[in-house]
Design a protein around this ligand. Structure first.
Ligand SMILES: O=C(O)CCC(=O)C(=O)O
Ligand SMILES: [Fe+2]
Length: 352
């Protein structure tokens, strides 16, 4: 234990408790089958679905979906390509390292809230190339084009990521429309923000850890984008969600073939806090490795994020000042690479 790099050690109050984790309650499980085959006379089932989604967003910020329409072989393909990639020797993975210029590729020293995560990741963008601001400086209007990097020896990784991205995008738009309807908005009210989307797929690999009580696979955080669709390991759980009612960490039990959905910070702002982006983290395991695959559904870099005008009024005034998603992203990126002494950028910095 003496050999553990102190960068990984969480402060006492953030360490996961030894396994007394509450498993009794799980996050809501929502069946999307009525989306695919609703006969016209059965629109009330769509209304039930919208209400279920609205309640889950309000009470948990998290839910799982089944009968989501994503073919299971698409998921199997990306899961097996991911295992193959992370099994490569480190020097091979590092040939496609992410860096301060290109945020897409392999990375094994990510920090969350200035503590190093016990994980390795591979990131790729969905819309290749992706355009983002060249710097975080507010007055710098220069843009840059970012491209994916792929490992030479695993051609199936690229194919699997591209197929998975297309499926995730379809599901993300369905969920976005249901969320818009649940907020009393027009079904396609939010779709336009994604014309030049900055969405990303991440492959997470959490190696076994000799001191799982001192570290976290990913430290507590909220997802900054619009929605996250997560394929969690079917066997090895580890994702914990902070329950809104009492702040307890709830372990999300794996449900085979389900996807876990969470509302990100942008929905919190758009909805003027009707829905909240909820903190979550990942526990690691002393014997078992764990894999997960989040899809981060993010708008175009030029999106100015602010509460939607339909959802603010005199009684419920706007709780946030507008902020640029592109500048937010590039400011946040600075802190992913270095251990800083200050908190990284958060939406509460834009609170009215
Ligand atoms: O691995 C997981 O279950 C969740 C990962 C996560 O929260 C993230 O990558 O943002
Ligand atoms: Fe997350």
């Amino acid at each position: 234990m003496g050999e553990i790099n102190p960068e990984f050690i969480q402060a006492l109050e953030h360490r996961p408790k030894p396994d007394t984790t509450i498993e009794a309650e799980n996050i809501p499980l929502i069946d999307l089958s009525s989306l695919h085959d609703i006969p016209p006379e059965k629109t009330d089932s769509l209304e039930n679905l919208i209400a279920e989604i609205g309640n889950a967003c309000q009470n948990w910020g998290f839910f799982q979906v089944i009968n989501h329409g994503v073919p299971s072989n698409c998921r199997k393909k990306i899961e097996s390509a991911s295992r193959k990639f992370f099994a490569l020797p480190k020097q091979d993975k590092r040939k496609i390292s992410r860096n301060e210029i290109n945020p897409y590729g392999y990375y094994d020293t990510e920090h969350t809230k200035n503590v190093r995560d016990w994980k390795e990741v591979f990131d790729c963008t969905v819309q290749n190339p992706t355009i983002i601001p060249a710097s975080h400086e507010p007055d710098d209007t220069e843009l840059k084009e970012l491209n994916n990097q792929w490992p030479e020896n695993i051609p199936e990784l690229r194919e699997a990521c591209e197929e998975h991205a297309a499926e995730m995008e379809k599901l993300a738009f369905k969920l976005l429309e249901l969320i818009a309807l649940s907020l009393g908005l027009k079904k396609d009210r939010l779709n336009g923000f994604f014309k030049d989307q900055t969405s990303r797929i991440r492959l997470n690999y959490y190696p076994p850890c000799p001191v799982p009580h001192l570290t976290l696979g990913v430290g507590r955080h909220k997802d900054a984008g619009v929605l996250t669709i997560l394929a969690q390991d079917d066997e090895v759980g580890g994702l914990q969600v902070k329950r809104k009612t009492d702040g307890e960490w709830i372990l999300v039990k794996p449900t085979p073939d389900a996807y876990i959905i969470n509302v990100g910070d942008i929905i919190q702002v758009w909805s003027n806090e009707k829905y909240e982006s909820v903190e979550h983290r990942v526990k690691v395991n002393s014997e078992k490795e764990r894999f997960s695959i989040p899809f981060f559904f993010n708008p175009a870099f030029y999106t100015m994020v602010e509460p939607l005008e339909e959802l603010v009024n005199e009684q419920n005034p706007s709780k946030y000042k507008p902020y640029s998603w592109g500048k937010f992203l590039s400011t946040r990126k600075l802190s992913n690479y270095k251990k800083l002494d200050v908190e990284n950028i958060q939406i509460h910095h834009f609170k009215n």
